[in-house]
Design a protein around this ligand. Structure first.
Ligand SMILES: Cc1cc2nc3c(=O)[nH]c(=O)nc-3n(C[C@H](O)[C@H](O)[C@H](O)COP(=O)(O)O)c2cc1C
Length: 245
């Protein structure tokens, strides 16, 4: 029990009587949103009810899909997936809350999309901007082979209509939770991933989470400063081919 993971688990335990105290310094609070000023934007379709299956069926039928048909994902479906994953769901006391829960409502996870085959959204690398429910174009072109390479050469990114990338802006959560933030950040991303998986299932789409990532290659594709923000999960989505496991 002396690997870095073991030490992390031990050193970030909360123990009765020795909880870290202190009040939050709002003057040092990191920016809550990332925005690509000047980027071309695509306003997504407002999130109307779309699912063709009840939640019970989504839970029963979701399974990882790794081979996809070359069928275009509709603009409404892509819009819905982005919203279900990281979109704003309600405002309480001026604070926008999102579809997936987040420790302390700090929302450290950013969502990027490598779009390959979607209606009205040309192939490219996009950043999802929750406040506007829009996609910001970072680079146009087909980056599915880059996504494949970043995912330990897993081919599913080649046939996926869309590959989602979840990154963590570490400081957004560390500002409050210090080193324990790392536990919460990964849990946050998992919640978003499951929202995405179930929403996709409800639209007749398949997904597969990807944790096997060449971290630096993914960060380079997304043009991140890895010290500040790092890729932690990818999720491919698209129409499954028959028996596309
Ligand atoms: C955090 C996480 C990381 C995963 N990484 C990969 C991956 O890199 N490649 C892959 O093929 N599947 C990956 N999966 C999918 C699992 O292999 C899959 O969920 C598991 O086999 C159970 O099958 P099911 O999703 O069809 O129920 C991952 C799943 C999770 C939750």
């Amino acid at each position: 029990m002396d690997g870095v993971g073991d030490r992390f688990q031990k050193d970030t335990k909360y123990q009765r009587g020795s909880l870290p105290g202190g009040s939050l310094d709002f003057s040092t609070r990191p920016k809550q949103y990332k925005e690509y000023a000047g980027a071309q934007r695509i306003a997504l379709d407002p999130p109307k009810p779309r699912l063709i299956a009840p939640l019970d069926l989504c839970i029963r039928t979701r399974r990882s899909v790794r081979r996809f048909a070359s069928k275009t994902v509709s603009f409404q479906d892509l819009s819905y997936l982005a919203w279900a994953t990281g979109g704003i769901q309600r405002i309480e006391g001026n604070h926008p809350f999102r579809t997936a829960p987040s420790a302390g409502a700090l929302y450290p996870i950013e969502t990027y999309l490598v779009v390959k085959n979607a209606e009205k959204v040309p192939p490219g690398l996009y950043h999802y901007f929750p406040l506007e429910h829009s996609l910001e174009l970072m680079k146009d072109g087909d980056f599915s082979s880059h996504a494949t390479r970043a995912a330990l050469d897993q081919n599913m990114c080649m046939s996926a209509a869309v590959t989602f990338f979840f990154t963590a802006v570490w400081e957004r959560s560390k500002w409050k939770y210090k080193q324990r933030a790392y536990r919460y950040i990964y849990l946050d991303a998992g919640h978003m991933g499951q929202n995405l998986a179930l929403a996709a299932a409800g639209l007749g789409l398949g997904t597969c989470a990807i944790g096997a990532i060449y971290d630096e290659e993914a960060d380079a594709l997304l043009q991140l400063d890895s010290e500040e923000e790092g890729t932690i999960m990818m999720v491919v989505a698209g129409y499954p081919v028959k028996d596309g496991r």
